[in-house]
Design a protein around this ligand. Structure first.
Ligand SMILES: [Zn+2]
Length: 307
């Protein structure tokens, strides 16, 4: 027997993102590369700060690129990954140009050469990189990394930039439903919470898109963990394109006794016909029992009684 829900898949359309993403990709990359290179040269201490700067640069560039893809209504994750890869190469190159330029200026060299000249002179850039590598340029605890060791550090840095930007480029469109009729993204309508279940065959049915059986789960209060959370999506234009996603939300307690919600997707995005969507929405209107004081404390476990 087939059921009403169908797995949602992007149409693959690229649309205006075909030129908006490359143009904004270049602008974003130049801004981030400048900030990264200047911060790297002028940050007072190496080590942890360097790693944080690298993560902010790589993750920031990848994330902003994905936001541009979303705003430009791109429905093709592969296109975004390809743009991410090209952008990452451009980001790597640009950040090296700015870095070498700023470092040389700081050392009092390079008065005659402009940054554009260096950008279009990869041979000179390569020679300067080799010269910086042979002596090293920063010290951590009286050691100045240079030579092979510094090449390895630079190689890891390059890999982080390429992998993070390529991977994150589609992040904003991965969990969104697009209404092709209205040519717009659907919005998160609401979320509601259900009691968890360990029943494997039940969970398998949910993963296959059987929404009818969700009625068998009790409503759950949002302060109780673990729980199943149902996110409802709807197109604001036609209200015909509707969908949902299921997540399992747990409460993690770290070693300091701090609690954090941890959410993991149980299903991908599913589309539902309007009448089924209405029923699913009504399921969320059931009142959830108020948690009693005891269970609200969360997982009663080791060592964090002092909280
Ligand atoms: Zn619509």
């Amino acid at each position: 027997m087939s059921h009403a829900a169908t797995a949602y898949k992007h149409s693959g359309a690229i649309g205006p993102a075909g030129f908006i993403v490359p143009v904004f990709g270049i602008i974003i990359t130049i801004l981030f590369s400048y900030a990264y290179a200047y911060a790297s040269v002028y940050s007072p201490i190496g080590g942890v700060i360097t790693v944080i700067l690298l993560i902010v640069f790589a993750v920031g560039t990848g994330f902003f690129l994905s936001v541009v893809g979303y705003a430009a209504k791109c429905r093709n994750a592969w296109f975004m990954h390809a743009m991410g890869f090209l952008t990452s190469i451009f980001a790597l190159y640009t950040s090296w140009v700015v870095f070498v330029f700023v470092l040389m200026r700081q050392n009092g060299d390079f008065e005659q050469v402009g940054i554009q000249e260096l950008f279009f002179a990869p041979d000179s850039l390569w020679e300067l990189m080799q010269s910086i590598n042979s002596t090293g340029w920063y010290s951590i605890r009286d050691a100045t990394p240079s030579g092979t060791f510094l090449w390895i550090i630079w190689g890891i840095e390059a890999l982080v930039i390429i992998v993070a930007i390529t991977y994150l480029a589609s992040a904003s469109l991965d969990s969104a439903i697009f209404c092709e009729d209205c040519s717009q993204w659907s919005k998160t309508l609401s979320s509601f919470h259900l009691a968890p279940t360990d029943d494997i065959s039940f969970l398998e049915k949910l993963m296959a898109g059987e929404t009818e059986i969700l009625a068998e789960l009790d409503a759950n209060h949002e302060t109780l963990f673990p729980r199943i959370t149902v996110d409802l999506y709807s197109c604001g234009g036609c209200t015909e394109t509707n969908g949902y996603k299921l997540r399992v939300v747990t409460l993690e307690v770290d070693k300091d006794g701090k609690t954090n919600e941890d959410s993991e997707d149980l299903t991908g995005l599913f589309l539902l016909p309007s009448n089924h969507f209405k029923k699913l929405k009504e399921l969320g209107d059931r009142p959830a029992p108020e948690p009693d004081a005891e269970s609200e404390v969360g997982p009663e476990d080791e060592g964090d009684a002092g909280m």
